[in-house]
Structure formats: C-alpha cells, structure tokens
Write a protein that binds this ligand. Sequence first.
Ligand code: A4P
Ligand code: MG
Length: 207
Amino acid sequence: MVISTMNHTPSEAEGTRRDQSREVYLGLGANVGHRALTLARAVDLLAHAEGVEALDASSVYETAPVGITDQPPFLNMVVRIRSALSPEALLELAQETEQRLGRVRTVRWGPRTLDIDILLIGDLRVETDALTVPHPELQKRQFVLVPLAELAPDLPLPGGRTAGELSAGESDDVHRIGSLAEVSPREAGRQHEPGGGGGCSAPQRPN
Ligand code: A4P
Ligand code: MG
C-alpha cells in the first residue's frame, strides 16, 4: 500500500481514519433508470453524510458513453466535498451511496444506476488494491474534465496542466443540460433501459 502526498513522505498521510480536512472531487455517472433523480439523491446523501463538511456541485451533462459505446447516454457531474475522512472511508462512503441507490455491479464500464469515482483527495496520491487516486483516467475523459473545470478551472492535475486547460468545453459528446435542480424534475417522467426505476424516488434526506 502506498499513500503519500504529492510533496511529503508517506507517513504523514497514513493511518488515522480522520486527519486534516481536504477538498475531495467525486465524479458521478448514471445511465440507467431515472438518471437525474439518482444524481440528486446521491448528492443529497453525500451532502448529509457524516464527515462531509460542505458540498459544491457542477452542472449536469449528458455524455456519450466511453469504453462500451453500445449503452445508453450518461448523465455526469462532479461534486467537490470538504472532508477529513481517510481515503478508505471516502471509498466506503462512495460505495455505500452507490448501493443505497440500487446499483447492481454487472459489466465493467457497462450500464449502471450510479457510479461514483474518487477523482482527487487534496494532493494525496493513493495506490492500494482497492483505490487509485488521482483517478487514472481523469485527464483522458471529457465527461469528467468539463464538469471539473466548471468547479475548479485552475486546479492543477497530475502532469501540471489545469482542469481548465484540459477541458475541451461542451461538444456533441458532452452537452450541458442544466443545474441538478433544473434537470431532476424534468427527468422525473423519463426512464432509461435497462434497469427500470433504478431504485430511485424523489430526492430525500438520509435517516
Ligand atoms: N477503485 C480504484 N480506484 C478508484 C477510485 N479512484 N474511485 C476501485 C472509485 N473506485 C476506485 O469500480 C471497480 C473498483 O475500482 C472498485 O471496487 C474500487 O475498489 P466499479 O465502480 O465497480 O467498476 P467500474 O466503474 O465499472 O469500472 P471502472 O474501471 O471504475 O470504470 P470507470 O472508470 O468508473 O468508468 N462513459 C460516460 N460517458 N460516462 C461515464 O460515467 N463511466 C464509465 C466507467 C465508462 N464510460 C463512461 C462512464
Ligand atoms: Mg467506477
């Protein structure tokens, strides 16, 4: 296991479940069921999760599938949370949120009710069996870079270029459809196959 900051020795960042508060960027994607409602519920669950101090959300983008292209279009967005949770606890939070919204794991890169990727955890580098941060595909994916650049255009990514420099902006493949508040009521009557309702209902607070 390797956990280090980009500037410091591994021991400084390792160990405790809670240490200093960091800005954490999460990439959310959904292409089955009521996609925008799934994103709205995910954002609500994350914003109210223990250890999450603040949350900012990008707009929602409709994006052409990358990898397996024969699947429905995705809705993608990026959220920035402030949290002192450890990398392991953040992965647990991401996976628990996916499961609460009814995600069933089937094909890698295939259709999913909700996928949450940890893009960045402050300036930490994490390399374990379960987690690689920064996310290795981050700089190659416009469905991540475009919403990320909206939240943090000057954020330097591995390699030194910023999210704003790497983002190609809107295109046919990455199309802004609105803020989450604008988009989720509009999609309430629509549903993407396969997967039916995807376990989603109106956005609600966790218990
Ligand atoms: N894992 C390792 N590092 C991370 C990280 N930084 N964040 C591990 C989250 N998880 C991480 O993930 C598999 C395992 O990766 C996890 O158990 C975790 O321990 P998964 O979510 O079960 O599988 P997956 O998502 O199918 O595979 P993968 O490789 O994570 O795929 P991606 O990178 O998530 O890509 N096209 C569009 N337009 N929009 C999309 O959102 N998403 C994908 C999936 C493909 N094409 C897409 C989109
Ligand atoms: Mg994933």
